[in-house]
Design a binder for this molecule. Structure first.
Ligand SMILES: O=C(O)[C@H](CS(=O)(=O)O)OP(=O)(O)O
Length: 238
């Protein structure tokens, strides 16, 4: 078994999706929002690329969430904000979500054998579940606006460290080795580091520092979101 890391949304190749478990990592903030929604009672999340698609799916028991360049979409119920979603208390509802990078990565990887959603909040559960497929794993970092995002790379590094603990023989690509070393260097300092990343700085400009603090927490959830027929559903790892 082997783990490869894809650093941005554009760079994934077909052979990194086909017959692979793909974990989409978008720490700030799409992955963290999805994990939080499913961990707080939403029954599913539907990721869509456009605002029009989201509006066309609106029903009485759903919430529309999303952003463009960090800002809430005017007619939507809330931003792509895990802290806002956690506060809604919408048990049983469906979340329709469109974001700048994360939902695009999910669409691009939909042909994976298994497509999971990961971030710091569910890193251990996510890697444990990925390993259970006994397939090669692609850690697909969504990045930010076509660039690599450090927070996504560090979450990938954490997952690689955990995979090597469970399965020392697992092979890791060179980028993965660098990210694991970076994670081990920054472990315990994530909440200080994340506000200084490119996306972190942008979110602070939009007064969203509370989302950054929230997304820097490790292993708050045992939920692993997975895609089935274009919906994201929760798998609980025990
Ligand atoms: O608002 C977010 O969380 C980001 C915006 S940005 O384009 O990365 O600045 O979107 P996401 O799709 O969650 O990365």
């Amino acid at each position: 078994m082997r783990i490869e890391v894809v650093p941005t949304v554009e760079e994934i190749r077909f052979e990194q999706i086909s017959n692979h478990v793909v974990i989409v990592i978008d720490v700030l903030r799409a992955s963290s929002t999805i994990v939080t929604a499913l961990g707080n009672g939403f029954r599913s999340v539907i990721p869509v690329e456009t605002i029009g698609q989201a509006n066309s799916l609106r029903t009485s028991d759903c919430i529309l969430a999303g952003e463009r360049h960090c800002k809430k979409i005017p007619e939507f119920d809330c931003n792509n904000s895990p802290t806002e979603i956690a506060g809604l208390g919408k048990t049983g509802s469906q979340l329709i979500l469109t974001t700048t990078n994360g939902t695009r990565a999910i669409q691009k990887a939909e042909r994976a054998t298994a497509l999971l959603i990961g971030c710091f909040l569910n890193a251990t559960a996510c890697m444990r579940h990925a390993l259970s497929y006994h397939l090669d794993i692609t850690l697909y970092c969504a990045g930010t606006r076509s660039e690599f995002a450090l927070e996504d790379g560090l979450a990938a590094g954490l997952m690689i460290a955990q995979a090597q603990q469970s399965l020392p023989s697992i092979q890791i690509c060179d980028l993965g080795e660098v990210l694991k070393a970076s994670y081990l260097y920054y472990a315990g300092k994530l909440s200080e580091l994340l506000p200084h990343t490119t996306t972190g700085k942008r979110l602070i400009q939009h007064h969203l520092a509370s989302d950054i603090r929230y997304c820097a927490q490790v292993d708050q959830y045992q939920i692993v979101p997975y895609i089935k027929e274009k919906r994201i559903l929760p798998h609980l790892v025990s």
